[in-house]
Ligand binder design. Sequence first.
Ligand code: SF4
Length: 425
Amino acid sequence: MKNEDKKINRRSFFKSAGMAGLGSVVAASIAKGADANTSDTNDTNKPKVPDIPPAPKPEKIPTRKLGKTGAEVPILSLGFGRPGEQVVLRQALDWGVNYWDTSLFAAKSEQSIGAFLAKNPDLRKDIFLVTKENQSKTTDDLEKCLQTSLKNLNTSYIDLYFGVYMVNDMVRFTDDVKKWAEDAKKRGLIKYFGFTTHQNMPQCLMAASKLDWIDAIMTTYNFRLTQDAAMQEAIEACNKAGIGLIAMKTQGMRQRGPKDPAEAEADKKMIAHFTDRGFTAGQAKIKAVLDDKRISTVCSSMASISMLMTNIAAVLDKTSLTAEDKNVLNRYAQDTCTGYCAACSHICEFLAAGAPVGDIMRAMMYHNSYGDKAGAREVFAQIPAEIQRRLVSIDYSVAELRCPNRMPIGRIVADAAELFSQKSA
Ligand code: SF4
C-alpha cells in the first residue's frame, strides 16, 4: 500500500469510525511492532500470543444475512492467506469483523487461529469460523481434511465448511459428497456447507443454484464482473435459491505486468478521481461490490492493522458511490481489460491443449498485483511437472482470439514459466 493511501485511510478511518481513544490503542499496537510483523512463517507452530488489551468498540459494522442459513455476518470478513497476527485477530474481533475465513491449504493460518482460540476459548462463540478442504478426491479425504482443520483450529465445529475448494466445474458434487455434508452437520462438526469458485464462476453458481444442499458459496466478484451478464444471471439464481454469497478478489487485480502506458494512465485517472472523493480506489472497489445487496460479505486478506483500518473505513463510510463513480469504474474496467483474466477458463483451456491457463493467470495475479511471490510459486507448483515442461511449446493463438479480454495468453504463460519453473526457483 502506498504511503499516501495509508494517510488517507487512517484519516478516513477515524472520521468514519468516530471513535474517541481508538487512535491511541492502534498507535500502541503499532508501536509494539505488531502491525509490521506479518511474515513470521518459519515458526508458526509456536505462535507468539501476547497479552492484548481489548480495544474500544467502533461503530458497529453492518451485517447481512448469509442466505438461507439466516446467520448474520459482517459485511467485511477477514481472509487468511498467511498466518494471522494475534493482535490483528483480536482487533478484528473487537471491531466487529468476526467472520474469519481460512483454509487447510494455508494450514499455518489455521494454526494461528487455533493459538488464538486456545488462549481465548470463551471467544469461539463470537466468531463465524470458515475453512476449506484441500483437493480431496474421496469423502474419506474430505473427512481427514475436516478433522485436521478442527485440530489446527482448536475447535469442535466449523460454522461454514467449504467442502469443495476452487471449483472449476461441478464434477466433484456427487451424492457421496452430499451425504457426507449432511452427516457432518448431524455430527455437529459443521453448521453449513458450501464451496469456493475462482474459475468459470457463472457456470458453477448457476449449477449450484439447482442443488438443494449448498448453503453458501465464496466467489470471485468485483467491479469488473458487475458488468458481466452471465455472472449477474447466476448471482440472481443463487440469491433466489437462498444460497449465501461471499465475494472475494474484489479488487479485480490484473494478471499481466508490467503495465503498458495506457493502463498506467487509466490507473492514474481512476485513483485521482476517488482521492478527490475522499477515499481510495481500493475502498471504492469494495463499495462497488457491497452496493450489490445479494452479496452478504466481502472477504479480504488483511494481514495488518493498517489494512484492517482501511477496509473498515470503506464499510463504515456512509458515502454511496454516485453514477459518475460507477462510470469511472466501468471505464477503468474497459481500459484495463486486456490485463485482467475473467477466469472463464472453459473458453481458453480447451483451445490451448488443456494448459491450465486459469491457474497460471492466478499465479501471475499473486505475483504481479499482490506482490505475493511465495503464493504465486505455490499455485504454479500445483501444475504437474510434465505439463509445466510443455507450456511454452503450446500454440495459444486460437485461445487468444477467443479470449473475451483479448489477453496475450502465450506471452503471459511464457513469463510465468520463466518466473516459476524449477530452474529459476
Ligand atoms: S485468459 Fe481469457 S479466455 Fe482464458 S480465462 Fe482468462 S479471460 Fe478467460
